[in-house]
Design a protein around this ligand. Sequence first.
Ligand SMILES: [Ca+2]
Length: 403
Amino acid sequence: MNPLSKIAILAATTALLAGPAFAPAFAQGGSDFRDCLQNIKAEAMRQGVPAATADKAFQGLTPDQKVIDLDGRQPEFSLTYAKYVGGTVSADRIAKGQQKMAQHRVLLDALQAEYGVPPQYIMAFWGVETNYGTYMGDFRVVRSVATLACMTKRTAFFSNEAVQALRILDMNHMTSEQMRGSWAGAMGNMQFMPSTFTKWAVDRDGNGRIDIWTSLPDAFASASNFLRGIGFKPGLPSSEEVLLPKGFPLDQADTTVEKPVKAWAAMGVKKIGGGALPASDEPAQILLPAGFRGPAFILYPNFKAVMSWNRSTLYALSVGILARQIAGGPGVQQAAPDDDQPLSRDTVIDIQNRLARLGLYKDDADGLLGPKTRSALRLFQQQQSLPADGHPSGESVRRLQAR
Ligand SMILES: [Ca+2]
């Protein structure tokens, strides 16, 4: 699995911590691993899994130290827009996506007619998640999610994943040995978590089993069904590059500011080539992922659906950029500034502490460059008469560190 996919999965798993259905008091220690598995088994049985299925899957199961180590690893730097998109949307990935889309055209067209998701989006997710099925991961999913449930603090989320993994073994009559995925339990061509599989995966080729590992009809139909389920609608793309008029108020380029597409058009926002935006009342936002000197994007409602797949803005942006180019559209026209450097966690913590001392930032100094840190930075930039784009450019960071 390539490093970017790992980061995407980190983002995905981190984002999903909030909403498990149940949260029993699982033991954390290694010596209590068997007790923890028993609790998972009990919940699985409440959800209709036969005891024998759980016993077979858990027989001789031990925690996977490699998974614990990978889980403990914090990414040291926040990637910049240019590095993330440059690494995700490569010329090779675009070409391969076009070739795969042509190869599977009949199936993809049928899925679009049924689910409303255009082929280029299925190809883009496939390309970003596993480089078109090249890196699906070789960890035993039951062992990974049981380890994460019983040996880390993310017990509730991964206990549910372990229960869902047992349900999959039961309904699909697979062995736990056959069920493979990433270290964090993401499975098959589209890297579905077990809970995504049990909720959204479908048997498209009609052989009575859902196989998102080796059946592309099953994998693509499952992705289409999932996207439709999380709100993807036919019509506007997820995002597209735009041209902002001179003097555009930078405080409007913020994901918390939502206006109808028509209202952005009335403010002078155009497609990057100079054409008019679609005459639509759909809500949209403007994003400057590399600050005011870089490209601008309009985010349409489907952007939120893409973010429900993976709650990372750069991931969602990359999927939209890749999909557009797989479909033969242009790449991003405006270059990102080449002096943008990835910021280390320590630098971001320092930025947050300085903003807090100025009374502009009230959250934890967690080293993550989220919307609240960007808003605080925007206020600082306004005080300094800098372009207030909320972007931690070299200039903004230097001014802040000089305070
Ligand atoms: Ca099947």
